[in-house]
Write a new protein. Structure first.
Length: 264
């Protein structure tokens, strides 16, 4: 029988995150520990400035941890060569891509770079994975359009398709619903939920859409001034942890509805 340990994809052990200065490390959050398995959707939530982007950058290897460990497939993140890491982990950033003159097909095909030969030529397998990612994100009909012609919602799907084409077991997304209206925010998060279930990838995204995240996430990372909590949404609600997110004199969390409400 395959043990549960073998299905753990992304781990952190006593992780401390922050910045290094000349005098001493500036710790933003510490003692972050979790074990995330394949095929789940994890949301990362918290107030502005609490350290969500710093945590994502640390988990992706873009930023060094101040303490503790990050492990991917039970191997320490810092021990991976960048090319090897790019076959295991893909990142979708908030910033608009600089290559908007590319067609959708060309942009998504860039996701295959870690897998291609030194000339960057796409094999039959590469092309199949690109087409599959376009199909999974429902943008096949956009493949010959230029990226600058797309709406924000369409471009976000294209960015996700590129990450899928990279064919990694982990996808990290930094606020994928920024600049989108309510319909498209819900649409993108529902897409991520479906992709986690269908592709068995471990998908972690930061968001301010806490109400939507509660409804769709399998696990949540909740960053507060008191510490970082990791659990299923229902358990976080049951334990009253969402009450710690914002000043109580302005916003309160209604555990019956699972939503935040403005105090009159």
């Amino acid at each position: 029988m395959t043990s549960e340990k073998e299905h753990i994809i992304l781990q952190s052990e006593g992780l401390s995150i922050g910045y290094f200065s000349k005098k001493k490390p500036q710790v933003i959050a510490s003692e972050i520990s979790f074990n995330f398995s394949e095929g789940i959707l994890i949301s990362l939530v918290g107030a502005n400035g609490i350290g969500k982007s710093t945590l994502l950058r640390t988990l992706s290897g873009m930023q060094k941890a101040i303490g503790g460990n990050v492990l991917i497939h039970d191997k320490q993140l810092r021990s991976y060569h960048p090319i090897e890491l790019a076959t295991l982990l893909s990142v979708v950033l908030t910033e608009a891509p600089t290559s908007k003159n590319l067609s959708v097909l060309e942009f998504v095909s860039l996701g295959r770079q870690p897998h291609t030969n030194w000339m960057g030529n796409l094999s039959v397998t590469d092309k199949e994975k690109v087409l599959r990612s376009l199909t999974q994100t429902d943008i096949v009909d956009l493949k010959h359009r230029h990226c600058f012609e797309l709406s924000d919602g369409q471009m976000q799907r294209v960015a996700i398709a590129r990450a899928l084409a990279q064919d990694t077991s982990i996808i990290l997304l930094d606020e994928p619903t920024t600049h989108l209206d309510l319909y498209h925010r819900a649409n993108i998060l529902k897409l991520l939920k479906k992709l986690a279930q269908d592709t068995r990838k471990t998908i972690l995204f930061s968001t301010h859409e806490i109400d939507l995240a509660i409804q769709l996430s399998d696990q949540m990372i909740l960053m507060t001034e008191q510490g970082t909590l990791i659990d299923a949404p229902k358990q976080l609600i049951k334990n009253g942890h969402f009450n710690d997110l914002f000043p109580a004199d302005t916003i309160f969390f209604d555990s019956d509805t699972g939503r935040f409400t403005i105090k009159n």
